[in-house]
Design a binder for this molecule. Structure first.
Ligand SMILES: [Zn+2]
Length: 183
């Protein structure tokens, strides 16, 4: 893992108060808002970026063996979130819905910028969230112990929830800053 504090020269990564990421996280209300913070973190802390991603929702269900929160199609350009699992977390532990979604975006975006190895991706997400949001932040807790935290919410007694609708819902306006990048 390489970590260089990158700044593209326009001052966007400056953080004199040291709370910029946390302030932006707290202000974020929607997935597109959260995605802006994720991209900012990855750009400023890792010096990596990628533009033009889409966000899709699809029902992937939940099984006894666990669930897929989201995935990134390698070679594609979409982060796909499991609507079934998100709905379960929203209804059973709503206070974790935001950090859960933020973690999914961070994790999948790290794949999107080329960290394909799963263990490296998880370790990078944990390190980044601790550094930028704090050691005890919910996103950091989730990034360190995703399985244990959500298994308890989703698993006992609920059994397999099969996908209801396999059509993908695309969120428009997801990658707002794409137009600012020049390739
Ligand atoms: Zn992954």
């Amino acid at each position: 893992m390489t970590s260089t504090d990158a700044d593209n020269g326009d001052g966007m990564c400056e953080d004199p108060e040291g709370t910029r990421y946390l302030d932006d996280y707290n202000a974020a209300e929607s997935l597109p808002d959260m995605f802006e913070v994720v991209k900012d973190i990855v750009e400023c802390e890792l010096g990596r970026h990628r533009a033009g991603l889409m966000l899709g929702f699809v029902d992937l269900g939940i099984s006894h063996g666990g669930f897929v929160g989201a995935y990134f199609v390698v070679g594609g350009n979409a982060i796909v979130v499991n609507r079934t699992a998100l709905a379960a977390i929203r209804s059973r532990q709503p206070e974790l819905a935001k950090p859960y979604q933020f973690y999914l975006l961070l994790h999948e975006f790290l794949h999107a910028v080329g960290i394909l190895d799963e263990a490296e991706c998880r370790a990078t997400a944990a390190w980044l969230s601790a550094k930028t949001l704090g050691e005890n932040h919910d996103v950091t807790r989730i990034s360190r112990d995703f399985g244990a935290i959500f298994r308890n919410i989703i698993q006992p007694g609920y059994g397999y929830i099969p996908p209801e609708d396999t059509t993908m819902e695309i969120i428009s306006g997801f990658d707002r800053s794409s137009v600012n990048y020049i390739y």
